[in-house]
Design a protein around this ligand. Structure first.
Ligand code: SAJ
Length: 418
């Protein structure tokens, strides 16, 4: 079986390599020549545990090759980005371009699968009409479907195999055909449906999480206003058998939760009201944190100098995309704060100082923005010793014990008692 994967990013590359490891002859296609050159030498330019070894192996065996141009195949998988534009509308242009790029190679009996998170209706309204221009009957001569991924960066290779999947087909035959293709490596359950339902599932999974996080953030702000501890409220509420309140935090980052809900808001603004408000609530969190910092440092008259622990959008990854910390830095820089950043997972960043004691020298406030495992073991006593008045704002409720023991004046987001 010959497979052509269009888009070799965080999802396309693990998918291509996994299919190749199961015996498929895979051609990976990308517009970025750096990706292609690296891949053809068995290398990759993204970070994902275990992926370098897998890629090296399948490239050495000749099972995975890369090119900037697609070619004939039995199966085509589209895994290109679907970002949002400045005006918060979905940019589907990469999906459109990727589909157009495979049109000259499509033959009767081919399977075409879209994996990218897409506006609801994309397969029927964009992919099917484009495929129809080949002159083939899309319903009967091709197998077309939408099969979103559900993997978490950092554990992508494992989750690609073990997660369950929703598979939408434009016909039942198409859905079953696609299910058979993925069953070459997926051990999780696979549920078949139509393409529009599958598109909605993908967006709603991430929207569910975003809305729940917004609710947790609202709870955190309420508890601060009332003077009680949201973390205690959450832990007590979650003893209820049907309640799982998420964790408040400094905002929602990543390329999924902070992006996908906008697709529905844009398409159905009059209906997707809670979804819209949740996005606004989560997007405003860095401003809330900045205001808290201002309040903590109110007494400091001289130039404000702070230390930020953790830059990535969540813990133990190296991904900065849509990270709330980047927004926080921008807001604080606008207020003339001097910010020194510490993040063992990031190699290059303005004002990065990996020596945490140096980073705390003369600082007036340490902010825990993201809790990387390594931050549990920092030399908190020495950090406090480097500061005239040691203060720590924990946006994740993670290091209270260490900070208080070291003599920090401790603040945590969501705790109105402090
Ligand atoms: N966050 C909170 N409070 C919480 C949970 C998370 O503030 O209680 C924040 C995190 O700090 C982070 C953001 O939310 O900034 C997003 O993190 P995440 O782990 O929830 O999500 P992603 O973007 O890394 O991955 C999600 C996953 N979707 C779901 O869990 C429903 C993943 O399975 C998807 O494959 C991925 O989106 C995607 O590609 O769509």
């Amino acid at each position: 079986m010959r497979l052509c994967v269009i888009g070799l990013g965080y999802i396309g590359l693990p998918t291509a390599a996994t299919f190749a490891s199961k015996g498929y002859d895979v051609l990976g296609v990308d517009i970025n020549t750096e990706v292609i050159e690296a891949l053809n030498q068995g290398n990759i330019i993204i970070e994902e545990p275990h992926l370098p070894a897998l890629v090296r192996e399948v490239v050495a065996k000749g099972k995975l090759k890369a090119s900037s141009i697609p070619k004939e195949a039995d199966v085509f998988i589209i895994t290109v980005p679907t970002p949002i534009r400045e005006d918060l509308t979905a940019d589907m242009s990469y999906v459109e371009a990727a589909t157009k790029s495979i049109l000259p190679y499509i033959q009767k009996g081919n399977t075409i699968i879209l994996e990218s998170t897409s506006q609801v209706g994309t397969t029927q309204e964009m992919i099917v009409p484009l495929l129809a221009t080949t002159g083939l009957d899309v319903q009967t001569e091709l197998y077309v479907g939408y099969c979103p991924e559900r993997v978490m960066p950092g554990v992508a290779l494992e989750e690609l195999i073990t997660n369950s999947r929703v598979i939408g087909g434009i016909t039942e035959e198409a859905a079953n055909k696609i299910k058979a293709i993925y069953s070459s490596f997926v051990t999780g359950e696979m549920y078949t449906t139509n393409t529009t339902t599958a598109e909605m599932c993908k967006i709603m999974e991430n929207t569910f999480r975003d809305v729940n996080i917004a609710l947790a953030n609202e709870l955190g702000m309420l508890c601060e206003a009332i003077g009680i501890d949201a973390w205690e409220v959450i832990s007590l509420c979650n003893k209820h058998p049907r309640v799982t309140i998420h964790a408040p935090g400094p905002g929602v980052g990543g390329h999924c939760l902070a992006v996908d809900p906008w697709f529905l808001v844009q398409q159905y603004p009059d209906i997707a009201k809670i979804i819209h408000l949740a996005r606004q609530t989560n997007d405003a969190m860095p401003y809330y944190v900045a205001a808290k910092i201002e309040a903590i440092l109110e007494e400091v008259a001289v130039e404000k100098k702070i230390t930020l622990l953790g830059l990535t959008y969540k813990e133990d990854i190296d991904d900065l995309r849509e990270s709330p910390m980047l927004k926080l830095i921008k807001i604080l820089e606008g207020k003339e704060y001097t910010i020194t950043c510490v993040d063992p997972n990031i190699k290059v960043f303005p004002n990065l100082e990996q020596d945490v004691i140096k980073a705390c020298k003369d600082s007036q406030l340490v902010i825990l923005g993201v809790y990387h495992q390594a931050f549990g073991e920092l030399p908190y006593e020495e950090m406090a010793g480097a500061m005239a008045k040691p203060r720590l704002l924990d946006t994740r409720n993670k290091v209270r014990k260490q900070a208080e023991k070291a003599g920090f004046e401790y603040y945590v987001l969501g705790n109105g008692r402090l």
